[in-house]
Design a protein around this ligand. Structure first.
Ligand SMILES: Nc1ncnc2c1ncn2[C@@H]1O[C@H](COP(=O)(O)O)[C@@H](O)[C@H]1OP(=O)(O)O
Ligand SMILES: [Mg+2]
Ligand SMILES: [Mg+2]
Ligand SMILES: [Mg+2]
Length: 359
């Protein structure tokens, strides 16, 4: 079956993520310099709002009829004049160092009022109909603050199915061959050799390219694929840093059951999906810690597609594909199990054995 290549959507998504990541990197460095408060939540707040505004501006310019589900809303900015002007100062001079690319995204936002309004365009309830973009302007808040991993995430869903995904990971190595190491979740840098942009279009594979390379050529990326692994004992698995986001205990039991000897690699954000998609790691486990938490679509949409297009399978703990068609959350799913297609069933079996042994 011939599938739509979504060329313009992919290009706009890539450039929008690249532009937003310029802003998040500036915020990170200004935090380090003490220009923004290091100790409260303000760096991430500034980065979240600024990145979301820039991405929505690009989407509205190119696809004005599309709906948007984004993580943040503008209430805090409307009531805090100082925060609003801090964010605006950053947004107003964040641009791509490529005039054609910048023009494609619609150029600068008009003023601070327009910026605040753009942020609120991300309030769609989501659902199973039409074109809906999902945005997480900074995924992995804690990683961003720690100087570990975070991601700028954007995906397009059409009738509830993810068609296009882009993930900007400023602190991951550019080199696809760099295996995950224990220290990747902290004290990373976005200097030379770091910053990668993963993307995928349904039916057309997944790619990676340097986050810093701004180009109007959507074909610039190198194809990525998961590592072929038949001996699961040699697998390398990754999980959240935060014990409150997924069950480290269950994940350790699953990995033990699979005979995996390497310790887990802990890192924040959808950088985990990108990392396994390019074979830097093999398995991503996200076992629920709470019976009530519903995963958000913007935390998974891009990563789910990128892993599947790289030869992986992504399901929940019951073996169901992630269902992006039911609103702003993955209300029909529990947890995430992502692994190369050939071994996913085996991993899922271990997941279910561990979970049923707890009942
Ligand atoms: N109680 C929770 N359980 C699972 N995920 C959570 C929870 N609270 C927040 N998150 C979100 O989980 C994602 C991070 O997951 P990870 O631990 O894999 O890095 C983030 O999107 C974070 O939001 P945020 O986007 O604000 O950082
Ligand atoms: Mg998130
Ligand atoms: Mg976020
Ligand atoms: Mg958040």
């Amino acid at each position: 079956m011939r599938r739509d290549k979504y060329e313009k959507e992919l290009l706009v998504a890539q450039l929008a993520v690249q532009r937003a990541a310029i802003l998040t990197k500036r915020v990170f460095h200004e935090k380090a310099k003490g220009t923004v408060d290091k100790n409260d939540k303000s760096p991430v707040t500034i980065g979240d709002f600024g990145a979301q505004a820039l991405i929505i501006a690009a989407l509205q310019h190119n696809f004005p009829d599309d709906a948007i589900v984004a993580e943040e809303e503008s209430a805090k900015l409307r009531e805090d004049e100082k925060l609003r002007s801090t964010v605006w100062e950053l947004v107003k001079d964040t641009r791509l160092d490529n005039p054609d690319a910048e023009a494609l995204l619609g150029g600068p936002i008009r003023d601070a009022d327009a910026m605040v309004e753009l942020i609120d365009k991300g309030n769609s309830p989501g659902g199973a109909h039409g074109r809906i973009w999902a945005i997480d302007p900074i995924d992995g808040t804690k990683g961003f603050l720690r100087g570990g991993q975070y991601a700028v995430c954007l995906a397009l869903m059409v009738d509830g199915d993810v068609k296009v995904g882009a993930l900007g990971c400023p602190n991951l190595p550019v080199d696809d061959a760099a295996r995950l190491t224990a220290g990747i979740g902290e004290n990373q840098t976005d200097d030379d050799g770091h910053g990668v942009l993963f993307s995928a279009v349904l039916g057309h594979g997944a790619t990676s390219r340097p986050l810093a390379t701004v180009s109007l050529d959507p074909e610039l990326g190198k194809p990525i694929s998961m590592r072929a692994i038949d001996d699961l004992t040699q697998a390398n698995f990754c999980e959240s840093v935060e014990a409150g986001h997924s069950s480290h205990g269950d994940q350790a039991a699953i990995s033990h059951r699979l005979g995996i000897t390497a310790p887990s690699v802990r890192m924040d954000s959808q950088a985990k999906y990108g990392s396994i998609a390019r074979g830097a790691g093999d398995i991503y486990l996200r076992l629920p810690v709470s019976a009530t938490y519903q995963e958000k679509i913007w935390d998974h949409a891009a990563g789910d597609l990128i892993v599947r297009e790289a030869g992986g399978q992504v399901t929940d703990v019951n073996g169901k594909r992630l269902d992006f068609s039911v609103g702003r959350t993955l209300a029909n799913n529990k947890g995430v199990v992502a692994a190369p297609l050939a071994v996913h069933a085996k991993v899922l079996e271990a997941v279910q054995e561990v979970l049923s042994s707890k009942l």
